[in-house]
Ligand binder design. Structure first.
Ligand code: TPP
Ligand code: SF4
Length: 296
């Protein structure tokens, strides 16, 4: 039975927390735990979600959890897995909830090592496109042109000067059994991918876009719409890597206007027409490449 709003369990395993209203990361974790269930063990490195999940005695995380050192999420997941097995535990899931910084920069080597060990664990990267918990700094997954506190926008520099790292492809290049990109704006697709990761016999990775109203300077009720629009305008793609093959889950005939997506967000308010042209060219080059290589 396909997972959707009607078939998801009612039980909440992450609620009553102090994340900002309309936080994409909080929704990603809430949905993930509904799919993975009560016998999950969450490993959450320093980021917005561990900050709101572990405020003793106010504990909104209703599964076991641990905060590892920032660089060690996947290594600690491996240790938790080994420890649970040694105790004779069965029928449980070890899941990591790392931000974009904790995945693409500081957590990358431990993620790589755990895939190499073929440990059965689910690494979920919720991507709000900056180091949000420390006040909005640029990460390796911050898009070109984004204004952050260390990629400022002024007369000569228009925000971040580098494109997003291709983290999904970097992970796939390990030959991981299952990897996917997802977006909270397309929840049913996300749920389907969580279910696949749950049933995967080895390591799995999901890279989910998780809009952040605070860092993106967008209204808090825009979470789903803005996530969906990122996909529809071609700045985010929905894809899987399974059995050694890439697959596009959505291949739009036409994109919605990129300008509409960009102009809704304060983090891009400084971008001029040349910047928009550059972003559009990068988008088109990405789609030309992935359509050529991934679409049979
Ligand atoms: C080794 C180490 N360096 C830096 C920090 C400070 N720190 C805590 S949370 C955080 C930002 C995390 O960003 P990201 O992984 O993108 O998650 P987000 O905050 O956006 O949810 C940083 C830099 C830390 N706790 N440990
Ligand atoms: S700053 Fe962004 S990611 Fe962090 S809790 Fe607020 S909305 Fe969520």
């Amino acid at each position: 039975m396909a997972l959707n709003a009607k078939t998801l369990p009612n039980e909440e395993l992450f609620y009553g927390h102090k994340a900002c209203g309309g936080c994409g990361g909080a929704l990603a974790i809430r949905l993930a735990l509904k799919v993975l269930g009560k016998r999950s063990i969450a490993v959450i490195p320093p980021n917005c979600m561990s900050t709101v999940a572990f405020i003793y005695p106010h504990m909104p995380l209703f599964v076991n959890g641990i905060i590892p050192p920032f660089a060690a999420t996947a290594a600690v997941m491996s240790g938790v897995l080994a420890g649970a097995r040694a105790l004779g535990e069965e029928d449980f899931h070890v899941v990591g909830f790392a931000g974009d910084g904790g995945t693409s920069d500081i957590g990358l080597q431990s993620l790589s090592g755990s895939i190499d060990r073929n440990d059965k664990q689910i690494f979920l990267c919720y991507d709000n496109e900056a180091y949000m918990n420390t006040g909005i700094q640029k990460s390796g997954l911050t898009p070109y042109g984004t204004k952050t506190t260390n990629s400022p926008a002024g007369k000569n520099i228009h925000g971040s000067t580098s494109p997003k790292k291709r983290i999904f492809e970097i992970v796939a290049a390990h030959g991981i059994p299952y990897a996917a990109t997802a977006n909270v704006g397309y929840p049913e697709d996300f749920l389907m991918k969580l279910e696949k990761a749950k049933n995967c016999d080895g390591p799995s990775f999901i890279h989910v876009m998780a809009p952040c109203p605070t860092g993106w300077q967008t209204p808090s009720d825009s979470l789903i719409d803005i996530g969906k629009e990122a996909v529809d305008c071609g700045l985010w793609y929905l894809a899987e890597y399974e059995n050694g093959e890439f697959k596009l889950n959505k291949n739009p005939k036409e994109f919605t206007p990129l300008k509409d997506y960009i102009r809704k967000q304060g983090r891009f308010s400084h971008l001029d027409d040349d910047d928009l042209k550059h972003i559009e060219e990068e988008r088109d080059a990405t789609w030309a490449r992935i359509r050529r290589d991934w679409v049979k």
